[in-house]
Design a protein around this ligand. Structure first.
Ligand code: PHE
Length: 339
């Protein structure tokens, strides 16, 4: 019986030491120490021993059981520690690896300039209004004193969606909507995207942006227009910037002017950018035509107004010295990252 016990003890020790996981250990525990386990079975054979042998054998069996129990506990601990070790290893972060770059976007240069413009005009008391990009002939042309057969329509040919529905050629349409909905005094700017059937080249695009301004009140004169535009030009191009009005024609303003500012590149001496003239043209403006006021239900005997239309794209390309307007619409990140 002693030899049998010794054999079981050695076998159990071996098995426990080479067990590979918790489940195996548990099986071994049942196999050797359980109620029907092999060491328990030996205890049950004790009846066949002499009374002198019994306590000695009992002690040996208990020693063997304790030894196997300890081993099992030890082995379980070892396995737990190894599992933890492995887990830590699997989850380590190699902080020496280069980080994955998070690409941050930023404002498009058109939006940066637009935001500056909005700041300048709101500080002068203007509101910002919006209008639809798909307009009716009525708002885009008729109310702006451009009837169907007017030659000025040629310059502003556009994309028609239906006979009387078109992509707006100017944000002036939003001004008409404003005059219909608000009572003077009115002071608004309408920034937005406009469309014309233009051939694409370095300075033309069939899609571009305007910011139009409109003021309607009693006693408004051309001096007010000049004051507002001078203030705006100084804010955008620097305080020494001069503003020049040249007579021009727009069907919706009378008188109409083309507005130039001192060339920001050469300060007025003449250079490649201003083609030697010292001036660059930045906008069209004028006193709102009485017909336009009338078509919006405003009495031209009582109220006067001025309006101006600034090309946002031109302003942006001159400010950032961008040589080709197409760059603004290509969405090439290498280009946009420079601003
Ligand atoms: N709407 C004109 C254009 O697109 C610009 C303009 C606006 C001129 C307001 C005068 C007054 O060409």
């Amino acid at each position: 019986m002693k030899a049998q016990l010794e054999a079981i003890r050695l076998e159990a020790k071996d098995a426990v030491m080479s067990a590979k996981d918790g489940a195996e250990i548990e099986n071994l525990r049942v196999k050797y120490l359980g109620k029907k386990g092999e060491l328990t079975a030996i205890l049950k054979q004790m009846g066949s021993l002499s009374p002198e042998e019994r306590p000695i054998m009992g002690q040996l069996v208990n020693q063997a059981k304790a030894e196997v129990e300890n081993l099992i506990a030890e082995r379980s601990e070892q396995m737990k520690a190894a599992a933890l070790e492995q887990k830590l290893k699997d989850e380590t972060i190699d902080i020496t690896l280069p980080a994955t770059e998070i690409k941050k976007g930023k404002l498009h240069p058109l939006n940066t300039v637009l935001n500056d413009m909005i700041d300048i005009f709101t500080s002068m008391g203007f509101d910002v209004v919006d209008g639809p990009e798909v307009e009716t002939d009525h708002y885009n042309f008729e109310c702006l004193n451009v009837p169907a057969d007017h030659p000025a329509r040629d310059m502003q040919d556009t994309f028609y969606l239906a006979e009387n529905l078109l992509l707006r050629t100017q944000t002036s349409a939003a001004q008409i909507r404003t005059m219909e909905n608000r009572k003077p005094p009115i002071r608004v700017i309408c920034p937005g995207r406009v469309f014309r059937a233009d051939e694409v080249d370095a300075t033309h695009s069939p899609v571009f942006h305007q910011i139009e301004g409109l003021v309607v009140d009693k006693g408004v004169t051309m001096c007010d227009l000049k004051g507002v535009l001078e203030e705006f030009a100084r804010e955008i191009y620097g305080k020494d910037t001069a503003v020049k009005f040249r007579p021009s024609f727009f069907p919706f303003t009378e008188p109409s002017v083309e507005v130039d500012v001192t060339c920001s590149e050469c300060g007025g001496k003449g250079c490649r950018v201003c083609k030697g003239s010292g001036w660059i043209e930045i906008l069209g403006a004028g006193m709102v035509h009485p017909n336009v006021l009338r078509s919006c239900g405003i009495d031209p005997e009582e109220y006067f107004g001025f309006a101006f239309g600034i090309g946002l794209d031109r302003l942006t390309t001159t400010r950032y010295k961008i040589s080709d307007i197409r760059l603004l619409f290509e969405n090439d990140k290498r280009f946009l990252d420079q601003f």
